[in-house]
Design a protein around this ligand. Structure first.
Ligand code: G6Q
Length: 542
């Protein structure tokens, strides 16, 4: 298909449908259809989705599902699950679903069944995690490990941090976990502050094992550990690696016996359920890790097999696309009403924006319509006291995903009901607003009425689950992974490369020697960059 062909009959019909229905209000849609709340729901892998408060009707959904069909979504799902190299710009398969396939399943990649490989690494991770957890893995001086520091960035950091925070309830509280990503020396300094090197394990997590930030932090970690332990042999007890490259790992000086492998068919931002999750497995244990994988897998199976009309990732992906391409939304807010999910929006930002922040099609032609929206968010209820104002009364359309749980992991009097009342209240207020008549009837003076009116018609998805368990977290992550895939398929973009991060990296490599040079370097950038470099050098010297 060419770009023009990606504008299918359903796409055209959706454009007209959007024009015809744009002014329709959720108040009217609900008034006209008492069964609306029952009909627009989906269940999958322990998650319940209420999508009735979206600006849709049966025709919208039918056209969106037709669009998915015309875009070849069914074929693309099958291609992904079959290990085809759908990441065409890197000529790679996209098989994160294999990371959570149960024992006995079979997924072929280049003639090799990868499921036994996955379980082999999981078993090695489990054995190692268990040794740290039962304190039988001793550091160089014979002290057990008490502190675990993951060094990685991007996909080798955000998943582990997010899952550690999300499942902190299930972690061994006598172990300390910290995560270093930024090349800013502050990140490393604060992570090791107060820790004893003799009790500290570093997990160097890097798919390539060449990433500048991670290697710089890893070298500082080795210097910090060896300054105290004073013996190269200590590296073997205090450093392990997670990578796809045994060559780079041993070049760095880590014994490949202490390396946990993953594969080039796992994208960085899709890797939290690979060996990249080693710190997580140590934190909450192999059983919980496997339960998380089972949650991922349950959502994978739902995505692979459920008809589109009941398919939660398909529905969520289509709704996001509806707002982005037909109703002019530029951002989507993700608002988890659970403090443990405080890093979930940051994790989703990479997943969604690195995947679908693309402007050319698979054929290399410019896309003809907006692609990946900006994702952002904060846990509720905190956001309600800061940025929700703009969502309620600003000039922009911002669809929101609200995520809540029936049972708290920390029940405490009225807290949880108060928290959850806010989920329902926000979704209600956003959809139905408050009319001038309602505001007036409360005795508001006329001049103040416009300020107190809530237009409403602001769409939300509400996702509910019983409790934030490892399995539910896995299902939630897989839900977003697959809805990103649905959108990428319809936009005909490659959701699995990230060339956009390359240029800045290359330019930084050029500038590093210019900053480090003891003599004034000859600069050949634009006049602004030249002046900034000169000013930085002068300020630093003062
Ligand atoms: C994710 C990206 C990127 C990557 C980091 C770290 O999909 O590819 O965020 O994860 O750049 O790369 P390494 O794991 O190779 O250090």
């Amino acid at each position: 298909m060419t770009t023009a062909e990606s504008i299918t009959p359903a796409w055209k019909a959706l454009e007209s449908h959007a024009d015809e229905t744009r002014s329709r209000h959720l108040r009217d849609l609900f008034a006209a259809d008492p069964a609306r709340a029952d009909r627009y729901t989906a269940n999958a892998a322990g998650l319940f989705l209420d999508y009735s408060k979206n600006r849709i009707d049966d025709q919208t959904m039918a056209l969106l599902i037709q669009l998915a069909g015309e875009s070849g979504l069914r074929e693309r799902i099958d291609l992904m699950f079959s290990g085809a190299p759908i990441n065409i710009t890197e000529n790679r398969a996209v098989l994160h679903v294999a990371l959570r396939a149960p024992t006995g399943a079979s997924i072929m990649h280049n003639g090799v069944d990868v499921v036994p490989l996955v379980h082999g690494v999981l078993d090695r991770m489990a054995a190692f995690a268990q040794k740290i957890r039962d304190r039988s893995w001793k550091g160089h001086t014979g002290k057990p490990i008490k502190n675990v520091i993951n060094i990685g960035i991007g996909g080798s950091d955000l998943g582990p941090v997010m899952a550690y925070e999300a499942l902190r309830h299930y972690t061994d509280r006598d172990l300390v976990f910290r995560f270093v990503s930024n090349v800013d020396g502050t990140d490393f300094a604060e992570a090791v502050h107060g820790l004893d090197p003799a009790e500290t394990l570093f997990i160097i997590s890097s798919k390539t094992f060449t990433t500048l930030e991670t290697m710089t932090n890893a070298r500082s970690a080795r210097a910090w550990a060896l300054a105290a332990l004073k013996d190269e042999k200590a590296v073997a007890r205090h450093f392990v690696a997670v990578s796809t490259s045994a060559k780079e790992v041993s070049a760095f000086g880590i014994d490949t016996a202490n390396m946990f492998e993953f594969w080039d068919w796992v994208g960085g931002r899709y890797s939290m359920d690979s060996a990249i999750g080693l710190s997580n497995m140590i934190a909450f244990g192999p059983d919980h890790f496997r339960a998380m994988l089972a949650g991922f897998h349950a959502m994978d199976e739902h995505f692979r097999t459920a008809p589109f009309a009941q398919n939660m990732p398909v529905i969520m992906g289509l709704l996001g696309l509806w707002y982005t391409d037909f109703l002019g939304a530029e951002t989507i807010a993700v608002l988890p009403y659970d403090q443990y999910l405080k890093r979930f929006p940051a994790y989703l930002q990479q997943l969604t924006m690195e995947s679908n922040g693309k402007s050319v099609t698979l054929e290399g032609k410019p896309v003809s319509h907006p692609t990946g929206p900006v994702y952002w968010g904060e846990p509720g209820t905190n956001g309600q006291h800061s940025f929700y104002q703009l969502i309620h009364q600003g000039t922009r359309l911002i669809p929101c995903d609200l995520i809540g749980f029936a049972r708290s992991l920390n029940p405490n009097g009225r807290h949880h009901d108060i928290l959850m009342s806010n989920v329902f209240a926000q979704a209600e207020a956003l959809a139905f607003g408050k009319t001038p008549e309602q505001v007036k009837s409360e005795g508001t003076p006329d001049w103040l009425v416009p300020h107190r009116v809530f237009e409403g018609n602001r769409p939300t998805n509400v996702i509910l689950a019983d409790q934030l368990t490892p399995a539910v977290l896995g299902a939630l992550v897989a839900l977003y992974e697959h809805s990103v895939f649905v959108q990428g398929t319809i936009w005909r973009i490659n959701s699995f490369d990230q060339w956009g991060v390359e240029l800045g990296k290359a330019l930084a490599q050029r500038i590093i020697p210019e900053l480090e040079s003891p003599t004034e370097p000859a600069l050949a950038h634009d006049s602004s960059t030249n002046a900034l470099i000169k000013r930085y050098r002068a300020m630093r010297a003062r």
